[in-house]
Design a protein around this ligand. Structure first.
Ligand code: BGC
Length: 751
């Protein structure tokens, strides 16, 4: 079904060659247009945290510059806000900027799960949790698309590492794929209909995403109802004809006609159905018309307004991890401050690769601190960004630090450490920066560490010896000002971690399987990624998922949960018990103790970022459908809500549970049908099968006392419960006909 009234008549007037030409790019960043037929060419552009329009030349690796654009905080920062409204505003701002640059589709958001902190592109992804990534991903798409500009939800799917990303096969069991790696995509697609979805480079269980019929047609379109265009990641198509048949509509960038000819030839020799070409061409015509219709005349870039917004967003992205004795916020003039660390002067504000923006301007924290404090704060670089220890710089930094009352130490990862295209080998800060920190602690223990990094770094060695730790992630072009805002209390920090900070790399769930070898990576940890792993195993972390401090404090009262027909409703009164206005991120987790299948101890089900003025109380109401409690049962290829008593936790982080309540859920019938191969235990646990079997057993027990004795003995019974009915037949306890009669009775009762 086409979205524009003229699409069908345009399509009907095209030759096979013209249709095929629409299915690959005209240039690096433009789709093919057929002017005479009324199909415009549109411009697409990276993305995601700025509009990287390249009007001359093109590359997808960040080698060539784009036109100057507002660099908003990348996803690692934005995600830490846990605030869909804020993310939607960023989306709107990006949409406006795309308009000003005549860009019709922004290539983002990136919503892949942060499976392992070493992934070089984690800075471009939102979360280790699919609900969080999905909710914020939806907000981003809503924001951009509200401006008449499309998005490209990427990278679909299971692109969780950069090592071998063009080829590696992500080996993922069905449950894990369904419960962890696909739900964020499902949410964004079903809630917002992004104009395009970008398939990833990698294979999933042996098949390239670009040729994955199940992924692109069965799941994305048939199950989720995706109506837009599937576009390849740049150069992700291996074999054009099978990829088209598998549901990949648009190959990017241009192949200068080479693969269009392959499509034409395949139709002519009968190996490709013309209907497939028509369907994809129809989608491309729709996309082009949407793009053209969405463009505003005279849209202009408000550089100052966008920069101010970028600063506000950056302030909301910062996570305060530690603040002993309320050393922060600083009061201007209260005591001499020294700024140490090259990052204060040369900010690391975005990641490297295709998302790299040439900013319209760039703030640094040092200038902003001097401005906000009104003092000529002394500065020492302390280290260089190339990681080579520099004794003279370090000595000077120690001297400067010793004469101050408070030291602000800006440490972090240089851009060479993390980028699209490769992964990190470890999660360490550069050794020279840690060595300098040790010396600074000796010289002046009143240290505030401010980090700049696109994914977690290990802090466990020194974290408890510094009074304050500010996780500044990558904050975009206005991040320097935002850091000063937080340090001096103009902004009360409200960011929360979207990735657990492990004590050691060895504790990371994928430690032994990331990034795989010989073209394949096995997701051996299954569902147990991030807090799902640490919390289930009660393993120590430096800082848990969902954690972040504020300059005020919050109490949670009158917590309640109720279930109506198909929804779980949670409510809580949050009171700001401190003296500053602030924001709290309320999180709801659920767990099912004693679940039939292996499940994480708890999983995030809802969250809200709420502003609460000092001394005031806000009623927070959250809800989620009961269907979210489902697990995926591969044997039945279906979702199933297990009945039972669920724990509903109202929490300030995954490790700070403020109230633990219970709900009774009736649940779905078992997704696994009873059969002759089901065990006695499965029969006895089945709500419909058990009474039928028990009735039948009564007769057997009457005639065969030995069986009765066996079932009455607890140990023997345990053993018997493991026995498939077929075994009972072979032992002669029952006949095949009797079991078949039972199966038929259950089928009849379930119908
Ligand atoms: C990246 C995409 C990007 C594309 C175009 C690829 O290398 O993986 O995220 O949108 O290039 O630059």
């Amino acid at each position: 079904m086409s979205q524009h009234p003229q699409t069908e008549s345009i399509l009907a007037g095209l030759t096979l060659e013209q249709k095929a030409s629409l299915l690959s790019g005209a240039t690096f960043w433009e789709t093919e247009g057929i002017e005479d037929a009324g199909v415009p060419s549109i411009i697409v552009s990276d993305g995601p945290h700025g509009v990287r329009r390249q009007s001359t030349g093109g590359d997808h690796l960040g080698l060539l510059d784009g036109e100057p654009a507002t660099c908003f905080p990348p996803a690692v920062g934005l995600g830490s806000s846990w605030d869909p409204e804020l993310v939607e505003r960023v989306g709107e701002a990006l949409g406006r900027e795309a308009q000003a640059k005549r860009v019709s589709v922004l290539l983002g958001p990136g919503i892949n799960i942060k499976r392992d902190p070493r992934c070089g592109r984690n800075f471009e992804y939102l979360s280790e949790d699919p609900l969080h990534a999905g909710v914020l991903g939806s907000a981003f798409v809503r924001g951009v698309q509200s401006q008449g500009v499309g998005t490209s939800l990427k990278h679909y799917a299971a692109n969780n590492q950069e090592t071998d990303r063009l080829r590696v096969s992500a080996e993922i069991d069905t449950r894990t794929l369904r419960e962890l790696y696909l739900p964020a995509f499902r949410r964004v697609v079903t809630e917002t209909q992004p104009w395009t979805v970008m398939c990833s480079y990698n294979k999933i269980n042996g098949t390239f995403a670009s040729e994955h019929n199940w992924l692109l047609n069965t799941v994305l379109r048939d199950e989720w109802g995706f109506e837009g265009v599937v576009v390849s990641d740049w150069g992700a198509v291996r074999d054009r004809v099978p990829s088209l048949a598998a549901g990949l509509d648009l190959e990017m960038p241009t192949t200068v006609g080479r693969t269009d000819a392959e499509v034409v030839a395949a139709v002519k020799d009968g190996s490709l159905d013309i209907a497939v070409v028509d369907t994809a061409a129809r989608r491309l015509i729709d996309l082009a018309l949407s793009g053209q219709q969405g463009l505003w005349e005279n849209a202009e870039l408000d550089v100052d307004g966008q920069h101010a917004l970028a600063r506000e967003i950056a302030g909301r992205s910062i996570v305060l991890l530690r603040n002993e004795d309320a050393i922060l916020p600083l009061t201007p003039g209260a005591g001499p401050v020294a700024v140490i660390g090259e990052f204060a002067r040369t900010p690391r504000y975005q990641g490297a690769g295709s998302s790299q923006i040439v900013p319209t301007r760039l703030d640094n924290a040092l200038d902003a601190i001097r401005e906000i404090s009104g003092e000529d704060v002394p500065f020492a670089a302390g280290f260089t960004l190339d990681g080579v220890a520099d004794a003279a710089l370090a000595d000077e930094a120690v001297r400067v630090a010793a004469s101050a009352e408070t030291v602000l130490y800006f440490a972090g990862l240089p851009s060479s450490a993390e980028s699209e295209g490769f992964d990190r080998d470890d999660i360490e800060l550069p050794a020279d920066q840690v060595a300098l920190l040790e010396r600074l602690i000796e010289a002046n223990p009143r240290i505030v560490v401010v980090l700049s990094n696109g994914a977690v770094v290990r802090v466990s060695d020194w974290n408890e010896r510094v009074p304050a730790l500010v996780e500044g992630w990558l904050l975009g072009q206005a991040g320097g000002g935002a850091i000063a805002d937080v340090l001096y209390g103009a902004v009360n920090p409200s960011g929360r971690l979207t990735e657990s900070i492990p004590e050691r790399l060895q504790d990371v769930p994928a430690f032994t399987s990331f990034p795989g070898e010989q073209g394949s990576v096995r997701y051996a940890e299954g569902l147990y990624v991030g807090y799902r792993h640490y919390d289930t195993r009660e393993a120590a972390v430096s800082y848990p998922f969902g954690f972040g401090l504020s300059y005020t404090s919050f109490s949670y009262d009158h917590t309640a949960v109720r279930v109506d027909e198909d929804t779980v409703h949670v409510s809580v009164q949050v009171t700001n018990t401190g003296k500053r206005d602030g924001r709290e991120v309320v999180q709801v987790y659920t767990g099912l103790p004693g679940a039939e299948v292996s499940r994480p101890v708890h999983e995030l089900r809802a969250f809200a970022s709420v502003e609460v003025p000092a001394g005031e109380t806000r009623e927070v109401a959250l809800s989620f459908p009961i269907s979210e409690l489902a697990y995926f049962a591969p044997v039945a290829d279906a979702w199933s809500v297990e009945g039972g008593t669920y724990v509903v936790e109202i929490a300030a982080s995954s490790r700070d549970i403020r109230a633990s309540l219970e709900i009774q859920i009736e649940g779905d019938p078992s997704p696994i049908p009873l059969s002759i191969n089901s065990t006695l235990g499965e029969w006895l646990a089945h709500p419909i099968g058990a009474p039928i079997l028990n009735a039948a057993l009564a007769e057997v027990l009457a005639s065969t006392p030995a069986v009765g004795a066996m079932l009455n003995d607890p140990h023997m019974r345990k053993m018997a419960e493991q026995m498939p009915m077929t075994q009972a037949v072979s032992f002669g306890a029952v006949t095949t006909e009797q079991v078949q009669a039972l199966v038929a009775a259950v089928e009849q009762a379930s119908a």
